[in-house]
Write a protein that binds this ligand. Structure first.
Ligand code: PDD
Length: 286
């Protein structure tokens, strides 16, 4: 199926969509992005993603390509035109191009490039992987120091996923100075004696939109939460573990570096949080 995508103000077939070879997103990874999930044809936590996008743009002194209302309209229009019931909307804004390659930012009147496309994922909520749980490996975190900005510099996360795949696993958690930062494309948690432990927000990790919602829901469900640094050894000795992201919601983790957690099946808290998150998010979807 040929998707309808959005590029710089125009809806068009994906086969006709083009961006300049001088675009700074392409040459310098000078761009930011958001991934918003779709359930029942509606957007999950659009507001959270729009606010984080603006923060990423501000941190990089990059222009917003359009207003929040326009962004919502484009998201909805793409979901409608592509008949997405369950799936994702990918949005990317780059600093654009002034027709050459230069390390120095182009002049302030250079138009940003904005691209949006949908991904159809019929089993996003009823994901078989979530019933099995994920096996993860730990690897060193060698990314740059501003992981709170959601940039398109995704080479190392891609390499981390490939290292996991080669090891017969599903994903990797990243370690810096002896502590887990986050997953390659998700935030990381473990549960011990009923307490959920996750790293506090800083420039070291992405401020996950799903993280914020899940921690709020966990608190409402009277679950204990500790935001603190933790080691991979603590996680290996945990009762259960999980990750959160817009593309996988709450994903149980059943193995870390070959060590089985609990009985090797998704833990009760991860399963419950996944259910609560899906339920609440569907109700609040726009
Ligand atoms: N990744 N940490 C990293 C490094 C991420 O790339 C992501 C999201 C998250 C979770 O953030 P959120 O809950 O807002 O999705 C944490 C997206 C899904 C991606 O790159 O596809």
């Amino acid at each position: 199926m040929t998707r309808t995508v959005y590029v710089n103000g125009v809806y068009l077939p994906e086969t006709e969509a083009t961006v300049s070879i001088f675009d700074r997103g392409f040459l310098m990874a000078d761009g930011v992005y958001e991934v918003t999930s779709v359930l029942d044809g509606k957007l999950i936590d659009f507001e959270g993603h729009a606010v984080r996008l603006q923060r990423s743009l501000d941190e990089l002194e990059m222009q917003a390509a359009c207003s929040k209302d326009e962004l919502l309209e484009i998201h909805r229009e793409l979901v409608k035109r592509n008949d997405i019931v369950e799936g994702l909307v990918y949005l990317q804004i780059t600093r654009g191009s002034d027709g050459d390659r230069d390390f120095v930012f182009p002049s302030a009147d250079t138009k940003p490039t904005i691209v949006l496309f949908t991904q159809n994922k019929p089993n996003l909520a009823d994901n078989p992987a979530a019933k099995k749980g994920a096996k993860i490996i730990s690897i060193e975190d060698i990314r740059w120091g501003r992981r709170d900005i959601k940039t398109v510099q995704l080479l190392y996360p891609s390499m981390g996923k490939m290292m996991a795949k080669k090891a017969g696993c599903d994903d990797a958690w990243l370690i810096e100075d002896g502590h887990v930062t986050e997953g390659t494309s998700n935030n990381a948690y473990f549960v011990k004696d009923g307490t959920i432990v996750t790293r506090p927000l800083s420039t070291d990790i992405l401020h996950g939109i799903t993280r914020k919602a899940v921690l709020r829901m966990a608190a409402e469900a009277q679950l204990k939460i500790e935001e603190r640094l933790f080691t991979i050894d603590e996680a290996k000795e945990a009762d259960e573990a999980f990750t959160t992201s817009a593309s996988a919601f709450v994903m149980p983790v059943v193995e870390i570096d070959g060590v089985q957690l609990g009985d090797g099946t998704p833990g009760p808290i991860a399963k419950r949080l996944r259910e609560i998150y899906l339920d609440e998010s569907r109700k609040a979807a726009v």
